[in-house]
Design a protein around this ligand. Structure first.
Ligand code: URP
Ligand code: ZN
Ligand code: ZN
Length: 482
């Protein structure tokens, strides 16, 4: 009788710290050993392949509830399929709040929908209305139930919070031992510039980028960091689009603040020029912050190598191009202000990062694993169960062919969205098999997991997101329910 239920044999195992030619022994749903000449009841030949931890996508929008009923087009079944097709085995998505309402009701509905997941999942809780009930009563309950991160938007109607409300969220997180993630753009500045652009008849998708240049993101990032410092609450800045914004994070970290930064594949391969396609086509590339230019993309690699940006998520936020509920929900002539923001990217995340990063010599496979699995798992309290290859960890693995070249098209993405902004992009490096907790969930592009087999990842307290203990004048204002 063999020692292991399953052995992945002969691959190049990439952990967050090493690359070694080894076998991986799996018992049940967990990794039991890394060694040589392991024997399993089932053997999978990984010769010529990299074997890496399954991707952890800590920022993606799947079946997010929408105001007035319904949800995003991407369902838990289609979103899971796309994730597994792209080598991702765990996701963190969003339970939302509608202004004037609470967070417990939407969270219960969101949990019900997520029960169909085929990947393992956790949630960030969005706060759009920092009412007394939500801040004092509901946030502690939500955090206690295993949803240990809150998300705020400093822009977007009707989601954005003003500074006072943001402070109340930071304080509530500090009291409950939760983490806070922030969409950083200046609401008033965008609205002011948008009004001027529309007054001048500039309505096409390309003016989305003109309405929110980088200083609008930089200012909000600076402010978010300063307010987080005031409260002594650790934060992560979402979807950093350019180095000037990352510099704000760098400065904060050098001063010992607990601030982290995330970026996304779109900021490496898309630019403002993509939104300047004829007619409505530019809408396919509209997301916020807006993609910048080639110089900004190049600068992001330096910020990654300096450790300032340490997570690459997808920010998958799909709106189909041709359906009436997607990008053209307000008509094909809608001004840029009224076109939904977001691009799909669950399946494209790992291939684009590998091809652009490892393939072009910006990072090595170990850094790739840290950016896509290990760092998100650590920052969001999923490690060591997720994000690594080690005895005791879940057997979430992606077998990766570093030589395979693929031209991306919408079919390979396997999402419900009817387009990909990466159509025609050639990548080298491709996931050929995804194992989720020891089961083959994807092989050669065929996803075979069953809806309902994903597990909710409840997140308890962990050290990484503990406050520093430094508050101005030694006075901890977050201790007061104000
Ligand atoms: O444009 C984007 N990024 N849409 C998704 C929502 C968000 O801001 O993260
Ligand atoms: Zn955002
Ligand atoms: Zn997002």
């Amino acid at each position: 009788m063999a020692d292991y239920d399953l052995v992945i044999a002969g691959g190049m195992v990439v952990t967050p710290s090493d690359m070694v030619a080894a076998d991986i022994g799996v018992i049940g749903d967990r990794i039991a050993a890394i060694g040589l000449n392991l024997r399993g009841d089932r053997m999978i030949d990984a010769g010529g392949l990299l074997v890496m931890p399954g991707g952890v996508d800590s920022h993606c929008h799947i079946e997010q509830l929408q105001e007035g009923g319904g949800a995003d087009e991407e369902t838990w079944t289609t979103g899971s399929t796309s994730a597994l097709a792209g080598g991702t085995t765990s996701v963190i998505t969003f339970s939302t709040q509608f202004k004037g309402g609470g967070i417990l009701g939407p969270l219960a509905e969101y949990r019900r929908r997520a029960a169909r997941a085929m990947v393992d999942y956790a949630f960030h809780q969005i706060i759009t209305d920092a009412s007394d009930t939500v801040i004092f009563d509901e946030v502690p309950k939500v955090v206690e139930s295993g949803v240990r991160s809150l998300k705020v938007f400093l822009t977007y109607d009707p989601l954005h919070l003003d500074d006072r409300q943001f402070l109340r969220v930071l304080a509530a997180a500090r009291r409950s031992g939760a983490f806070v993630t922030v969409h950083c753009e200046n609401y008033e500045a965008i609205n002011w510039r948008t009004a001027a652009l529309l007054a001048d008849g500039r309505t096409a998708p390309k003016y989305h980028a003109w309405s929110r240049p980088s200083m609008i993101e930089r200012e909000a990032t600076h402010r978010a960091i300063a307010l987080a410092e005031l409260v002594d609450q650790p934060i992560q800045v979402f979807h950093v689009s350019c180095p000037e914004v990352a510099e704000e994070i760098d400065r904060a970290r050098r001063r010992g603040l607990k601030v982290w930064g995330e970026t996304c594949p779109q900021y490496f391969v898309l630019s403002a020029e993509h939104m300047d396609r004829p007619g409505f086509e530019g809408a396919k590339f509209m997301c916020s912050p807006a993609p910048r230019d080639a110089q900004a993309s190049a600068g992001l690699w330096k910020m990654i190598n300096d450790g300032v940006l340490d997570i690459v998520s997808s920010d998958h936020s799909g709106w189909s191009y041709d359906t009436p509920v997607g990008k053209r929900v307000n008509g094909i002539d809608a001004p840029f202000r009224d076109i939904p923001n977001g691009v799909p990217g669950l399946a494209a995340r790992l291939p684009i990062l590998f091809s652009e990063g490892v393939g072009k010599g910006h990072i090595d496979p170990i850094q790739f694993v840290r950016l896509t699995a290990y760092n998100p798992a650590r920052l969001f309290g999923l490690y060591p169960r997720k994000g690594t290859i080690a005895p005791g960890a879940d057997a979430d693995l992606v077998l990766w062919d570093p030589q395979r070249s693929v031209t991306l098209d919408n079919a390979t993405m396997q999402h419900v969205i009817d387009y990909t902004p990466y159509e025609g992009l050639e990548v080298t490096g491709w996931p050929v098999m995804t194992l989720r907790r020891g089961e083959v969930a994807m092989r050669d592009g065929v996803v075979r997991a069953e809806p309902g087999t994903g597990q909710f990842l409840a997140r308890g307290p962990y050290d990484m997101i503990k406050p520093t203990g430094r508050v101005p004048f030694g006075f901890d204002a977050s201790a007061f329910l104000v």
